[in-house]
Design a binder for this molecule. Structure first.
Ligand code: LLP
Length: 420
């Protein structure tokens, strides 16, 4: 196999000697591939973020909730957040105890709240309406709430989750009403949380957000924890040497703020962070096959099986993913050139990368879409009645294990009810 462009995976020894073509032959194309060693490294890095002792990392499972993935995160000693009963369900299956799961709900039904309560999972509510609903269902219970500290950040307006323009969290001006409802239902308010948004590359915005939520925390006595949310970014433009988030600097600044606050609050309360992408993005890539190459005027298109049903991020947020190129034959590519990499979905917008400079791509080449471990498979769909890909892990010893089967045609039609 010829690696026409593989700097990133070579540097981190992503494949550990495994041949991408053999993976595709065995598990089908496209295919999500995860590296266990890199996942474990990321978990450990974040666990050591701060020196403050009562610190816990809740992996944000929405980024990747594959069962085996969660089992590894659990084995590394992290806790998790959940966004739905479905995530709670798979997290329990992965071995997390109810007290390691934090359900950060948003506009949920009574049934969904009851599901969490019955499974002894703590809920964070994010509106007065939802606090009322919780109080009615579980008077005298423990509850947490998501507040909006007013500081938002993120790579796209769709993922900024604090500030004036967002549906999330409670504006602190409603704290008096919030306290009334707590009293009315005799609820014990144990913790507050926030999430400023997804993907910051400079730690200062996060620290600003932390200070804002601590300001809100001062208005409550006897909290058990404060959760600052996720959003820790990763460099998607690795071929351009985009710098990494300075996690050491962020950790030091965070440690200082937490220590001061705990002293002032008079209690060693627990502080939590909730990274999803930082833990999961870089341990995953998406392999796909080039089935057609064509020119339309001056534009070259590489037609692949990586449609936006398989990876939604480029179409949904104009997100950039670096692309590597592998070839089975030993025919070298003469030159690098601009190519638009597209999928096989029946929409013109089905574009993974526009005018990307890549080696001269040919039919049969494999592409590796990098940093696809976060918000990749979890956001895939069966649009056009296509099959969602399998997921495999390259284990630390180099063994490859299947952790999710590829859909079958039966899978995608089994819920239909015929009129015949
Ligand atoms: N906590 C809460 C309450 C969240 O809503 C999120 C993400 C996280 C933590 C984790 O954020 P992270 O550390 O992964 O940035 N699909 C988008 C990202 C959506 C994020 C939604 N909430 C993307 O592909 O960029």
């Amino acid at each position: 196999m010829l690696k026409l462009k593989s700097k990133v995976t070579d540097e981190v020894n992503f494949f550990q000697g495994v041949d991408p073509y053999e993976l595709i032959e065995k598990y089908g194309s496209p295919l999500y591939v995860y590296n266990e060693r890199i996942l474990r490294e990321r978990c450990r890095e974040i666990k050591n973020l701060v020196s403050y002792p009562n610190f816990s990392v809740n992996y944000s499972a929405k980024a990747n909730s594959n069962l085996a993935f969660l089992e590894i995160v659990h084995d590394e000693g992290l806790s998790v957040d959940a966004m739905s009963p479905g995530e709670i369900y798979v997290e329990l299956k992965a071995g997390f105890k109810p007290e390691q799961i934090f359900y950060i709900s948003n506009n949920v039904s009574e049934e969904e709240m009851k599901f969490a309560i019955e499974h002894n999972v703590l809920i964070s509510v994010d509106s007065l309406s939802q606090l009322e609903q919780y109080g009615k269902i579980n008077p005298g219970g423990k509850v947490a709430a998501r507040f909006n500290g007013g500081v938002g950040a993120g790579h796209h307006e769709k993922v900024v989750t604090a500030g004036k323009k967002t549906k999330f969290a409670i504006n602190p001006e409603y704290i008096p009403e919030f306290k009334e409802i707590l009293k009315k239902y005799n609820l014990k308010f144990v913790g507050l949380n926030q999430h400023i948004g997804s993907l910051f590359m400079e730690g200062d915005k996060y620290i600003e957000g932390v200070k804002a939520i601590l300001e809100i925390a001062r208005q409550f006595d006897d909290l058990e924890f404060i959760d600052f949310g996720g959003g820790f970014g990763i460099p998607y433009k690795k071929f351009e040497n985009e710098p990494r988030l300075d996690i050491k600097d962020l950790g030091e600044k965070l440690s200082a703020v937490l220590k001061d606050f705990a002293e002032e609050y008079g209690k060693q309360l627990t502080f939590k962070v909730e990274p999803g992408r930082y833990i999961s993005a870089e341990c995953g890539l998406l392999l796909g096959t080039v089935h057609a190459v064509k020119y339309n005027g001056p534009n070259k298109f590489a037609g692949t099986d990586i449609g936006f049903n398989v990876i939604a991020r480029p179409v949904m947020y104009d997100s950039h993913h670096d692309i590597e190129v592998y070839r089975k034959s030993d025919i070298k590519s003469k030159k690098d050139e601009a190519v638009t990499v597209v999928g096989n979905i029946c929409e013109s917008g089905d574009i993974i990368a526009k005018d990307r400079i890549l080696p001269d791509i040919k039919e049969g080449d494999l592409l590796g879409i990098l940093d696809a471990g976060a918000y990749g498979h979890v956001m895939s769909s069966n649009y056009n009645n296509r099959l969602r890909p399998a997921e495999v892990f390259i284990r630390e010893n180099g063994d490859v294990v299947l952790t999710r089967e590829r859909d079958t045609l039966e899978d995608i039609t089994k819920k239909y009810i015929s009129l015949q």
